[in-house]
Design a protein around this ligand. Structure first.
Ligand code: B3K
Ligand code: ZN
Length: 859
């Protein structure tokens, strides 16, 4: 298939003043009537009239009331149109029941729902299905279901008017036997908004948390960004079969039920935190995405990067900034760095695609959010709020571009952002080499940046890198608070001098140097708060890392020092077959027992780098990672930690118990995280006795899965696995956890076998994306199991991807990234993975989605 190019953008030849849709619902034959008022777009080049349309049966079409016979192809239709305003009308028939791709109008367990982003609306009716065509919609739904929902404000039963012009990808329709859990919110200007979460009967008791998170999001967006909600009602619907987390349709957000339904008995702390973040994310899209949308899909990061950044700010405000930053960076490194350093690397603003659904990636979302964070750091908090005010003011109602976005920053702050713009077009994770010098009382940090080649882009220009630095004295006190260095050159040095005001960045304006005794060399804390998405490379001793872990005042870098130490220890164990380093073990014993530290932070500090991280680090240093060896090193390090920390663990485990009823708030969740971290290690000493007792006593899902995870990690827990099934087999969301835990925690040599037998289980409904991801994704996440030398993991995943690809290309293609790291490994593994990818590429119903992914990975 021909790729679509950013460079080829042209505006649509017509503007739309009004869209009217009428749905006559029937599972196998839904009729859709459309009436669209168009007029020539004076700013567009001359072009033939073309409407997108796929898998539609055209019944009739009219222009200005006259029947016409358009020329219909697999992708749309053309016909002659008047050179003046005109009305297009058509009736089409579609088959929601047959729609297994879950894109367009489809059925999920008897309920009608839609997913139109990115290009699903063309499976509902003929339309210019592109984000820069915005129009107000009126919708009438006829059907037997009691609840008939669409975007905007309700006018009558099944009738909805959305006054805000919107692109078709934000259209939504839901019909079913649903119940609402309702509340209301009064906006800053005094408007009452009705809030509903719509669920299947029986799920009403799982909506409170989502509703509360929604109200907090609405308030936060008013307080922090000055953005109010703009309709009379805000509806959220929980749907069981959904390709992703949720969708920000105007006034009618549709959620994967896993991302909105929660009760203490059925959802974990992590589920609650994720639900809060996703509710916020979709709500925030109302301004960043809906009121201001994207001109074309290349600009996707305009709405996604910004909205992720906003939801990260929100979660930090609701919980802990330090803990959230660490979690966000873990996710960035785990998913985005992996992507950016492999065959799927692409710019934050891609320049070509075959299937746009393949570009809803960690790069567009997470790296896109990092770019916003860097911009904010560069222009300061005030500059950022002025720029955002200008953005909303200038572009409300627009379909905008990254150029528009950067321009508001330039206009609001007077800064030239032309070099910064390279972050949007240069893929790859920059390596930032650092070295130090200390001479005549002047301390100098020198940096060199270099970004490895990525597919189609060998040479990169230097980028603007904000490097947040602090300095510590020998006694551990901070002698220079966080200072942001702006690196713009390929190589650049920054000097600091000891002045009457302490250590300061040297320069004409710097305070006067202290005369007299020469100062001692400070210890730098670099890239505080992870101030740029780069890989910092420097020579640093384990002793200095230990020093930073004890003394750094920046919580992110404090954690980072411990993480770097753990990485160093694991890499030395692997490459030199050494025993775990005592310095690391002692440092961890100190952190674990330091009650001055937030328990959530301590839990994160005790965690080890992922096997995938270690594989990448080995590969970067020119070695071939062996997944089994990495796994074994992790196991011995955990054993050593358990043995070394044993005296401290039981007291921590006891102290972190949360008395009273379960609460999902951050304080208790942090305590449970540390408690379960301690339990994981303790289980290696007590054979799982405490974990069994916790499982027995658990009255919430966090404890239940925490206990079961600890048992599975030491190859125990058979009885509990059965008990869990007996208790929860009637609950789809909890049963997903049952599938996922067993396969992701299986020993490497058993993982594929466990996956095989679970795939035979009567509850393995592979057409449900959540269930499929739990099992097949669970195996892909079991790094050593997936990469087991037998190749059974590769084969299992490939076979299932082939099966899914013919029904649901989007989810299948997304999961094919299991293979994206294939070039890191030894020749045998590479051969096996290549063979599986070739097998996928050769299957007879290969989708465009999957075809593009495999081509990019193999190229
Ligand atoms: N905008 C949607 C994602 C749509 C994905 C289409 N393949 C959810 C979100 O980012 O909020
Ligand atoms: Zn989004």
């Amino acid at each position: 298939p021909q790729p679509i190019l950013l460079a080829d953008y042209t505006a649509f030849g017509w503007l739309i003043d009004q869209v009217e849709l009428e749905f006559h619902l029937a599972p196998r034959a839904t009729r859709v009537l459309s009436k669209i008022s168009l007029r020539p777009n004076p700013d567009a080049p001359a072009q033939d009239f073309f409407l997108h349309g796929e898998e539609l049966r055209l019944i009739w079409a009219k222009i200005n009331g006259e029947r016409i016979t358009p020329e219909v192809s697999k992708t749309g239709l053309t016909c002659a149109v008047p050179d003046a305003p005109f009305v297009w009308e058509a009736e089409v028939e579609i088959d929601p029941q047959d729609n297994t791709a879950l894109e367009g109008l489809y059925m999920s367990r008897g309920m009608y729902c839609t997913q139109c982003e990115a290009e699903g609306f063309r499976k509902i009716t003929f339309y210019p299905d592109r984000p820069d065509v915005m129009a107000p919609f009126k919708v009438r739904i006829f059907g037997e279901d009691p609840v008939l929902l669409s975007n905007g404000n309700p006018v009558a039963q099944g009738e909805w008017h959305d006054p805000w012009p919107k692109p078709a990808y934000l259209f939504a329709l839901v019909a079913g036997d649903l119940r609402a859990v309702s509340s209301s919110f009064t906006t800053a200007s005094g408007k009452d908004v009705e809030l509903n979460i719509w669920v299947r009967p029986g799920d009403e008791d799982r909506c409170d948390y989502g509703l509360d998170a929604l109200k907090r999001s609405m308030k936060w967006d008013e307080d922090v960004y000055g953005r109010e909600y703009d309709l009379d009602v805000f509806n959220i619907v929980a749907v069981d079969d959904f390709n992703m987390g949720a969708m920000e349709n105007k006034g009618l957000n549709i959620f994967n039920s896993k991302c909105v339904l929660a009760s203490p008995e059925t959802a974990t702390d992590a589920d609650f935190a994720r639900i809060e973040a996703i509710i916020a994310h979709e709500y925030f899209h109302n301004w960043t995405g809906n009121r201001i949308t994207c001109r074309d899909w290349f600009q996707l990061c305009l709405k996604e990067g910004l909205t992720v950044f906003r939801d990260q700010q929100f979660s930090g405000d609701m919980r802990s900034h330090a803990v959230h930053r660490i979690q966000d960076v873990l996710m960035l490194r785990g998913r985005q760095f992996r992507e950016d350093n492999g065959p799927l690397a692409h710019p934050v603003r891609p320049e070509s695609y075959v299937e746009i659904n393949n570009f809803y990636t960690a790069t567009v979302y997470e790296k896109g959010a990092e770019l916003i964070g860097m911009l904010k750091r560069l222009v300061g908090d005030d500059g950022y709020s002025q720029a955002l005010d200008l953005y909303f003011d200038r572009h409300d109602g627009d379909a905008a571009t990254i150029e528009d976005w950067l321009k508001v920053f330039e206009d609001a702050t007077g800064r030239d952002l032309s070099q910064f713009k390279r972050w949007y077009s240069q893929p790859g994770t920059p390596r930032l080499h650092m070295s130090e010098a200390f001479e005549d009382g002047t301390y100098t940090l020198s940096f060199a940046q270099d970004t490895p080649p990525t597919p189609g882009q060998d040479v990169k220009d230097p980028q603007v890198i904000p490097i947040a630095v602090g300095l510590l004295g020998a006694n551990g006190n901070e002698v220079m608070p966080t200072t942001v260095l702006e690196m713009t050159e390929a190589k650049q040095s920054f000097s600091f001098r000891n002045s009457v005001e302490g250590w300061v960045l040297d320069g004409p304006a710097a305070a006067e140097r202290i005369s007299g005794a020469a100062p001692e060399k400070p210890t730098p804390s670099v890239l505080r708060h992870f101030s740029a998405p780069v890989i910092l490379e420097r020579d640093i001793t384990p002793e200095t890392l230990g020093f930073l872990l004890s003394h750094d005042t920046d919580p992110f870098n404090k954690w980072e020092a411990g993480r770097a130490l753990a990485k160093h220890v694991l890499l030395t164990m692997i490459t030199q077959s050494t025993q775990p380093d005592a310095l690391y073990l002692d440092a961890m014993a100190q952190v674990a027992a330091d009650s001055a530290l937030d328990p959530a932070f301590r839990a994160l500090a005790l965690g080890l780098p992922s096997q995938d991280d270690i594989a990448q680090a080995l590969f970067d240093s020119g070695q071939t990672p062996d997944p089994q060896v990495i796994y074994d090193a992790g196991q011995s390090l955990r054993d050593a930690l358990a043995a070394h920390l044993e005296p401290a663990l039981a007291p921590i485990y006891d102290a972190m118990a949360c008395p009273g009823p379960y609460s999902p708030e951050a304080g208790d969740a942090g305590k449970r995280a540390l408690r379960h971290g301690a339990l994981g290690l303790l289980s290696r000493c007590d054979g799982g006795a405490r974990a069994e007792a916790l499982y027995q006593a658990a009255d919430n899902m966090t404890d239940q899965t925490g206990a079961l995870t600890s048992l599975l990690a030491i190859a125990k827990g058979g009885d509990q696995v059965q008990a869990f099934y007996d208790q929860w087999h009637g609950d789809r969301l909890v049963l997903d956890k049952w599938f996922g835990m067993q396969v992701s925690l299986a020993k490497p040599d058993q993982a594929a076998q466990v996956a095989h037998s679970l795939a035979e289980h009567p509850d393995f409904d592979w057409t449900n994306p959540n269930r499929f991801r739990a099992l097949i994704g669970g195996l892909a996440m079991n790094t050593a199991g997936f990469h087991h030398e037998s190749g059974a993991g590769y084969q299992f995943v490939a076979d299932w991807l082939i099966r899914l690809d013919s029904k649901n290309p989007q989810t299948a293609a997304r999961m094919s990234t299991a293979f994206e790291t294939w070039r890191r490994f030894d020749a045998d593994r590479q051969d096996m993975m290549r063979e599986q990818m070739q097998k996928i590429a050769a299957h007879d119903k290969l989708s465009r989605d999957m075809g593009e992914m495999i081509t990019r990975m193999l190229d």
